[in-house]
Ligand binder design. Sequence first.
Ligand SMILES: Nc1ncnc2c1ncn2[C@@H]1O[C@H](COP(=O)(O)OP(=O)(O)O)[C@@H](O)[C@H]1O
Ligand SMILES: [Mg+2]
Length: 251
Amino acid sequence: MNRTIIEVSDVITSFGENLIHDHVSCSVREHEIYALLGGSGSGKSTLMREMILLERPQSGTIRVLGHDLSSLTPMEAMELRRSWGVLFQSGALYSSLTVGENIALLYKEYTDLSPALSNELIQLKINLVGLPPHAQYLYPSELSGGMIKRAALARALALDPKLLFLDEPTSGLDPLSSRQFDELILQLRDLLGLSVVMVTHDLDTIHHIVDRFTLLGEKRVIAEGNLTEVLRVDHPIVDYFFQKGSYGITR
Ligand SMILES: Nc1ncnc2c1ncn2[C@@H]1O[C@H](COP(=O)(O)OP(=O)(O)O)[C@@H](O)[C@H]1O
Ligand SMILES: [Mg+2]
C-alpha cells in the first residue's frame, strides 16, 4: 500500500457559532485520486482549503507530505505551497491576461527562469493539458468552459507539483467535456506521478477515476474508502448519493 501523504486527524472547524467539521479524520495515499464528496455546505471546500493553508481548523491536526500544518516555519510553508498545484472552482484565471501570461506570472513569482525558458515551459504545459498551441495567446473570454478548466490546470501544473488539488473541476461542464477532463486527470496522474485531491459532486467522476473518497455529512465522515467499501456502509446519506442497484453492488 502506498504511503500516506495527507493525514487529517480529529479536525474540528467552526465559523463563529457554525460548526462545520466535528472530529473529521481521513487520509490520502500517494498516487491516488482521492475525492471529497458530500452535500452542498458539508464542508468539502473548507477541508480542502485547510489542506492548502488557506484556512485553519480550531483543533485536530493535518499533516501534508510529513509536515504538521499547525507548526510550519515560514520556509517550510513556502516550500509546501510550491509543492502543490490548485485549481479553484471558478478556474480563477486573470481575465486581462492571456493564458500564457497567466502561467508566466507563476514563473516570475517563484523562479529565476529566463523569459525564453519560461515560454518553452508554458508551451509544454499547454500541450500537456491538451490545448492547441495558439491557446497560449488567447484570453479567458475567448475560451470555452472546458478550455478554461484546461488552462487553469496548465497553470496549476506550472511548477511541477507532486500534489494537485481540484475544487469541483467538472462543475459547469457538459457531460462529454466532464468525461474528457476526468480522462485527462487520470492520464496526468499516471504520467506525472501526481497525487490528486478533488472536491466533487460528480458521481461519474467517482465511478470512473476516483480511487478512494470521503463522504462528508452531518459534520462528520460518513464513510471513507473505495466505492465498494463506501457502498457497504449502512447510512441514509450513502443511500441518498448512490442508487445502489445501478452499481451492481448489493449489501
Ligand atoms: N470563510 C468563511 N466564513 C464563514 N463561513 C464559512 C466560510 N467558509 C465556509 N463557510 C461556511 O461553511 C460551510 C461549509 O462550506 P464549504 O466548505 O464551502 O462547503 P461545500 O464545499 O461542501 O459546499 C457553509 O455553511 C459555509 O457557508
Ligand atoms: Mg465547495
